[in-house]
Structures are given as structure tokens and as C-alpha cells.
Design a protein around this ligand. Structure first.
Ligand SMILES: [Zn+2]
Length: 489
């Protein structure tokens, strides 16, 4: 994959004057490296200590106590983020949630804490880094036991048989939640501090969600609101449980992190996951980003999922080495954590968010709506994703050309001014990663001679004049729709 682009780059270097050189070959941006160097382990540790010291951050705990409970915690997070930079727009996003189920045993106000660093060139496009600041103690429930039903396989999260009274009582138990999810919150806050000292093309949004432990409440309400208001969210990097490097069974690694996306081949979530691996391992070569093509850890949930439901690209960043016995208990404390590990994962987030926020928007591979003429145009003109007559749906701009070639077309999602060129990527259908990458210059179509479109996957990405790469847009063909066949009786 590298060699082709490198060869092409060398070839072009020889024949073209300096102004026409292609993007740096898989380069690192010195500005991003500088930012990465400013992520402070000491600061992350101080945040974790502080979060643990609120005693509990249970959504149903005291909202008014100045030093203890969820109210004190969210006020502190808000004020800390406000102190980082005057350019950071920090606010509470408040939702009034009705009493429902067992975990929300009374009407409650939820406050997501949101810090926005407006982009300079594409302010309408957001890159989100998030975690949840609420915590939970499930009382005397046994950890490590398998739970039936929806929470199957969720050790330490066994709520089967718990009564409303149990939940009421548990709301005031100690729930330090330093790993779950003080760790994610500390990364969000530290990145808000470091990144707000710089400027980016796209808007960076740092969110500490509320009500995750009540059933992804804060993130669900936020995702629905973003969708309703027509916001463009290019990526959500949600960090939940990034604080331990040694599991309860002794399995250990401080150089791997799991990224959960979903199980749909070539979904936007999987593209984001691949991008994370590609970029993070370039800046942190000792760190392994493990693409897990599952929605989350088996049977369990997180705040990335509600954003996926609204059609936004979202992933969960999580340690592969959890300590189940501490989860949702009073023992989820700082002494059980690895702050150096949390710091590394924070750096993974930083380099990915910074690259995305400085890169062009990913190219569009679908035809313009109502382009007119031809099968594709007719299908697109039929509107939305509704199948036209004969079960045809809008299809990406990939074709066989005159015969046995792969002909790819695309268009820029925004201004072409900041785009240096494009790279076409190819892989076997069974391969998790793009295997071949061809820098093709500033064009909107490219033909791969004698390459069959019938047994490979294709994609295209934009490369900015600053060398930063967009997410890959895959040529994902819609599945054939079942058609009812009429027969003569
Ligand atoms: Zn969590």
C-alpha cells in the first residue's frame, strides 16, 4: 500500500516543479506532534483525583451539595473547561427527564457539559471527543456473575431482580467511578485544555455526558437534538473505561486500545475506526489500535451508539483490559488505575481529532441529486433512498467503464481550494484494512486498468494542501431489494 504511493510520489517529484508535489507520504504534522507532547499525565491524574473526591456522580445524587454529588461535579467540570481558554465556548446542555424505569426513579434534570472550539474554515463541521461523567454503584450486586436478558455478558452490571428501592438506596452509595468513566472525562478535559491553545479548520467539540448509567440518556438526547438542528458531525470519539491496563484475570497490555464501531461492512463507523488505526499508529508507533468490528463489548452499551442511530460516524474507545470487580462499585478508585495508560489513550484521541479537524471533508461518491439522464440519475431523482421502479436505489459512482476496468468518480464535499489531491484505496472484501493506496492527484475520476469491480472494495479520500487526509468514502453498493413477481393464476 505504501510502496505504490511512494513510488508515484518519487516519480512525480522527478518530473514536476515543487508547486505540484503530491501530499507528504504518510507524514506526521509537527504541529500535531507538539500538541501531543502537551498532554499532561500530572493534569490527568489531578482531574481523576478530583472526580473521585465528589464521592458519587450518580445522576440521582444531590444536585445542590457544593462538594458532594453530581451537581458539584458538573459545576466543577464546567468551570475548569471555562478556565482553559477564552476561545472555548463552554455551556451546560440541560434536559428535563421524566421519571421512567427503575434507574430514573424521579423526574431529574440532566446536564451535558459541552465545550466548543469553533473551526476557522469549516465551522459547520464538528469533530466530537466525549466521555461520561456520571457514575454508578449497584450496591451489593455480585460482580463477575452473568446476568440474564439484555445485560447478558455484562459482568458487574447485574441488575436482574433489583427493585426501585434498591436503586433509590444505591444513589447515595459511594461511586467514585474513577475508571468508569472518570478516565474518559479526564481525557476529554485534558484535550479541551491542550487543543484550545490552537486553531483548527473544523469545529472541535468536547462533551462530558450525563446519565450514561441510566441508559445512555444524556447522549441520546444530545444526538437527537444535533440531528434535528441539522448539524454535521463528522466523527464522535467516545471514551469509556480507558483507565486500566491489567484485567481482573491478569491479562495486561499498556500498548493496545480497542475501538468498537459496528458489524456493517464499510459503514461510516468502520471507516472512522480504520482512520484511527492509521493515524494513531503513525504518531504513536508503539501503540496498537485494535479495530473491533462490533458495536460494543458484547451485550453492553456506550454513548457512541445514540450518535450511530442518528447516522453519525461514532466509535467507542475502551481498554481491552477491564477490571469487572470494580465496575459500578465503591472500589473503582484511582489506586486501581493506570494513569500513564489513560494518558496514552488521550494522545490517541488527540492526534485523530486534530488530523480530522485539519483535513478536508471526505469526498462524495454518490451522484448529484436529480442529475438527470441515465440509470443512476433516474434512481437518484426518485428522491431519498427510496427504491425506484425495479428496486433500483441510488448507487455510488463506480463502473466497469468500457469493459474490464474499474472506473471511479467522486466530487468534493466542500471547497476544492484546500485540496491538494485524492488517493484511491483498494482492498480484498475479506481484508479489514485498505491494502493498496494510489495517489491520483487533483482529479475527480480515476481508472484502474484491468481491475475488476466485482471482487474488491474501493474507496477514495481527499488530501489537503496541508498534507492532512480526510476519512475514506467507500463505494458501498446498496443491497438488492426483493421484488414481488406476478404470476398468472
Ligand atoms: Zn461507562
Amino acid at each position: 500500500m505504501k510502496s505504490l504511493r511512494r513510488l508515484l510520489a518519487i516519480a512525480v517529484c522527478i518530473v514536476l516543479p515543487a508547486g505540484l508535489l503530491p501530499a507528504e507520504d504518510k507524514g506526521v504534522n509537527p504541529k500535531v506532534q507538539e500538541m501531543m507532547g502537551q498532554v499532561s499525565e500530572a493534569r490527568i491524574k489531578a482531574i481523576l483525583e478530583k472526580l473521585g473526591n465528589f464521592g458519587t456522580r450518580n445522576t440521582m445524587s444531590s444536585a445542590d451539595d457544593p462538594v458532594h454529588g453530581v451537581g458539584a461535579a458538573r459545576n466543577w467540570i464546567l468551570n475548569e473547561m471555562k478556565s482553559y481558554s477564552p476561545r472555548l465556548e463552554v455551556r451546560f446542555e440541560k434536559f428535563r427527564v421524566k421519571k421512567q424505569g427503575q434507574r430514573i426513579f424521579k423526574d431529574v434534570d440532566l446536564y451535558n457539559v459541552i465545550a466548543v472550539l469553533p473551526g476557522k474554515k469549516m465551522p459547520e463541521t464538528q469533530v466530537i471527543v466525549s466521555g461520561h461523567y456520571d457514575s454508578l454503584n449497584l450496591g451489593g450486586r455480585p460482580a463477575g456473575a452473568a446476568a440474564p436478558g439484555a445485560e447478558a455478558g455484562a459482568p458487574g452490571n447485574t441488575t436482574a431482580g433489583m427493585t426501585l428501592e434498591d436503586f433509590e438506596k444505591n444513589a447515595n452509595l459511594p461511586a467514585p467511578g474513577v475508571c468508569d468513566d472518570g478516565s474518559g472525562t479526564s481525557a476529554v478535559m485534558e484535550l479541551a485544555r491542550v487543543m484550545s491553545q490552537y486553531e483548527f479548520d473544523k469545529t472541535l467539540v468536547f462533551i462530558a455526558f450525563a446519565g450514561e448509567e441510566q441508559g445512555l440518556i444524556g447522549s441520546s438526547l444530545q444526538a437527537v437534538k444535533e440531528k434535528k438542528e441539522g448539524h454535521v458531525i463528522e466523527a464522535v470519539l467516545n471514551n469509556d473505561i480507558i483507565g486500566t491496563d491489567t484485567a481482573g484475570n491478569g491479562r495486561m497490555s499498556n500498548t493496545t486500545v480497542n475501538v468498537y464501531s459496528d458489524e456493517t461492512t464499510d459503514s461510516v463507523n468502520q471507516q472512522l475506526s480504520r482512520y484511527m488505526r492509521d493515524v494513531a499508529e503513525r504518531y504513536l508507533p508503539a501503540m496498537k489500535v485494535v479495530n473491533v468490528f462490533m458495536g460494543d463489548r458484547l451485550g453492553r452499551g456506550g454513548d457512541h451508539t445514540p450518535f450511530q442511530w442518528e447516522g453519525f460516524a461514532a466509535v467507542r474507545v475502551s481498554t481491552p483490559n477491564e477490571i469487572y470487580v470494580n465496575q459500578h462499585h465503591a472500589t473503582d478508585t484511582l489506586d486501581q488505575m493506570s494513569v500513564p495508560y489513560t494518558t496514552k489513550v488521550a494522545k490517541v484521541n488527540l492526534v485523530v481529532a486534530a488530523n480530522l479537524a485539519m483535513a478536508p471533508k471526505p469526498p462524495i461518491v454518490m451522484p448529484e441529486p436529480r442529475a438527470g439522464g441515465g440509470r443512476q440519475g433516474a434512481a437518484a431523482g426518485a428522491g431519498a433512498a427510496a427504491p425506484a421502479a425495479g428496486g433500483r436505489r441510488p448507487t455510488p459512482m463506480i463502473a466497469r467503464g468500457a469493459g474490464y476496468d474499474a472506473v471511479l468518480r467522486w466530487r468534493a464535499a466542500g471547497s476544492e481550494d484546500d485540496i491538494k489531491g485524492y488517493a484511491v484505496v483498494v482492498r480484498a472484501t475479506t481484508s479489514p484494512y485498505w491494502e493498496q493506496e494510489i495517489y491520483v492527484g487533483k482529479v475527480n475520476t480515476y481508472t484502474l486498468k484491468d481491475v475488476s469491480i466485482d471482487d474488491l472494495k474501493f474507496g477514495v479520500k481527499a488530501i489537503g494542501v496541508n498534507g492532512m487526509e480526510s476519512l475514506v468514502t467507500p463505494y458501498a453498493y446498496p443491497p438488492r431489494v426483493k421484488v414481488e413477481i406476478e404470476t398468472v393464476q
